[in-house]
Design a protein around this ligand. Structure first.
Ligand code: PMP
Length: 366
C-alpha cells in the first residue's frame, strides 16, 4: 500500500481530492466543448457560465446579500492592501488599521503608499514579530469618520484568529482580510464593507483573489484610479475588464460545489472545530513537550502553530513527519517551529494521523 500523504501547507494548500479528480477528468474536454478550460477564451459561453456559477455558488455559501458585488481579481491579497486604500479612501483624511500579526503588519506598512490619507495604527497586538493575542475591538482607537478600519481575521503566520468576530457598532466600514479562513465558518457579510481573500488557502489554486464589496462604497472609486486597480471598472465590465484568472476561477467553482455537497460552511465549521480541538488538546496534553503560546481565545482554527523546547528537535520533527507522509509542517520562515494548516480540505483523519505521529515522536524524544 502507498503511504497516504497529507499536505499541511499554509498555501498554496491542500484541495479536495474529488475536485482534483474532476479537474483531471475534464482537463482535455470540458463539458463536451472539446477544449480544456485552460485554453478556452474568457469570453466563451462555457467560461462565462463557469464564472457566473462560481459567483452564484459563493453567494449561496456565504449568504451574500444582494447589495454586495463579487469580483475574482488578480494580484493576490497583497494587491488588496493598496487597492482598498486607493478605492475607498478618496477624500478621507484617515484610515484605521489594526495590526495583529505578520499580514496585517505588512498591510499596514503598504496601505499609505500612493495615498494622502493618514494610516492610523488603531491597535497593535503585541511586540514586533511576537504576537500572541488579538487586540479586542473595544480597545481599537477608531474614528467613525475614517474611510474604513482594516483588520485581518486570521493571521496565517502567527496562528491567531478573531474567533469572536468584531461587530460593526460605532465603527467605520470594516475592510477584512479573510485569506486564510474564508468559508471555514459562517460570517455575516452585512457586518463588512469589503472582504478580500487570496484563493490559495481555503478556496483554490493561487491566481484568483475574491473581493466582496458593499455596493454603496463603489461610489468612492475615483476615475483617476487606473481601471485595472479600480473596483468600479471591474464591476461595470462584469469582472471582464481584462483577462481574469480563468483556470483558478474554474477550480474555485469546483470547490464551491464540493462545499455545497458537503453541508456548506455550517458543516465545515463543525468539522473544523473538531479538527482544531483535537490538535490543540494534543499540544496541551503533552506535558510541555509541544508548546503553543497563543492566548486560548485567539487560537486559530485554521493555522495551528507549535514548537518543542529545542530547535533541533523541531527540525527533526518536520523531517520525520514528512517521511510519514505528513508534509509541509515547518513554520513560517521568520517563526521556525511547526505550523499545521488545517483548512476545509484537510480531513479529520489527517489531523488524527498528525496527532498519532506527535505522540510517537514524543515517546521517542521527549
Ligand atoms: N493575508 C493573509 C492573511 C495571508 O495569509 C497571505 C498569504 N500567506 C496574504 C495576505 C498575502 O497573500 P498573497 O500572497 O495572495 O498576496
Amino acid at each position: 500500500t502507498t503511504l497516504h500523504k497529507y499536505n499541511f501547507s499554509a498555501g498554496p494548500a491542500i484541495l479536495p481530492e474529488a475536485v482534483l479528480q474532476t479537474a483531471q477528468a475534464e482537463m482535455l474536454d470540458y463539458n463536451g466543448t472539446g477544449t480544456s478550460v485552460m485554453t478556452m477564451s474568457h469570453r466563451s459561453d462555457a467560461f462565462l457560465s463557469i464564472l457566473h456559477h462560481a459567483e452564484l455558488d459563493l453567494r449561496q455559501l456565504l449568504h451574500i446579500p444582494d447589495n454586495y458585488k463579487v469580483l475574482f481579481m488578480q494580484g493576490g491579497a497583497s494587491a488588496q492592501f493598496n487597492m482598498v486604500v486607493m478605492n475607498l479612501a478618496n477624500g478621507f483624511k484617515r484610515v484605521d488599521s489594526v495590526v495583529s500579526g505578520n499580514w496585517s503588519r505588512i498591510a499596514h506598512s503598504q496601505m499609505g503608499k500612493l495615498s494622502d490619507a493618514e494610516i492610523h495604527l488603531a491597535a497593535h497586538g503585541g511586540d514586533l514579530y511576537n504576537y500572541t493575542d488579538v487586540p479586542a475591538p473595544e480597545t481599537w482607537d477608531v474614528d467613525p469618520d475614517s474611510a474604513f478600519v482594516h483588520y485581518c481575521i486570521n493571521e496565517t503566520v502567527h496562528g491567531l484568529q478573531y474567533r469572536n468576530i468584531p461587530k460593526p457598532d460605532g465603527l467605520p466600514p470594516i475592510v477584512c482580510d479573510m485569506s486564510s479562513e474564508i468559508l471555514s465558518r459562517p460570517i455575516n457579510v452585512a457586518d463588512f464593507g469589503l472582504i478580500y481573500a487570496g484563493a490559495q488557502k481555503n478556496i483554490g489554486p493561487s491566481g484568483a483573489t475574491i473581493v466582496i464589496i458593499r455596493e454603496d462604497l463603489l461610489e468612492r472609486c475615483s476615475d483617476r484610479i487606473p481601471d485595472v486597480w479600480n473596483y468600479h471598472s471591474h464591476i461595470i465590465r462584469q469582472g471582464m475588464y481584462n483577462t481574469p484568472a480563468t483556470y483558478p476561477i474554474y477550480i474555485s467553482g469546483l470547490v464551491f460545489r464540493w462545499l455545497q455537497a458537503n453541508g456548506g460552511v455550517e458543516q465545515m465549521q463543525a468539522i473544523n472545530t473538531m479538527k482544531a480541538e483535537t490538535l490543540y488538546s494534543a499540544i496541551d496534553n503533552s506535558n510541555g513537550f509541544y508548546i503553543n503560546n497563543v492566548k486560548e481565545h485567539a487560537r486559530s482554527y485554521m493555522n495551528v502553530i507549535f514548537h518543542t523546547p529545542e530547535k533541533e528537535l523541531d527540525k527533526l520533527f518536520v523531517q520525520q513527519a514528512n517521511a510519514h507522509g505528513l508534509c509541509t509542517l515547518q513554520g513560517y520562515k521568520s517563526m521556525g517551529g511547526m505550523r499545521a494548516s488545517i483548512y476545509n480540505a484537510m480531513p479529520l483523519q489527517g489531523v488524527e494521523a498528525l496527532v498519532s505521529f506527535m505522540q510517537e515522536f514524543q515517546r521517542r524524544y521527549g
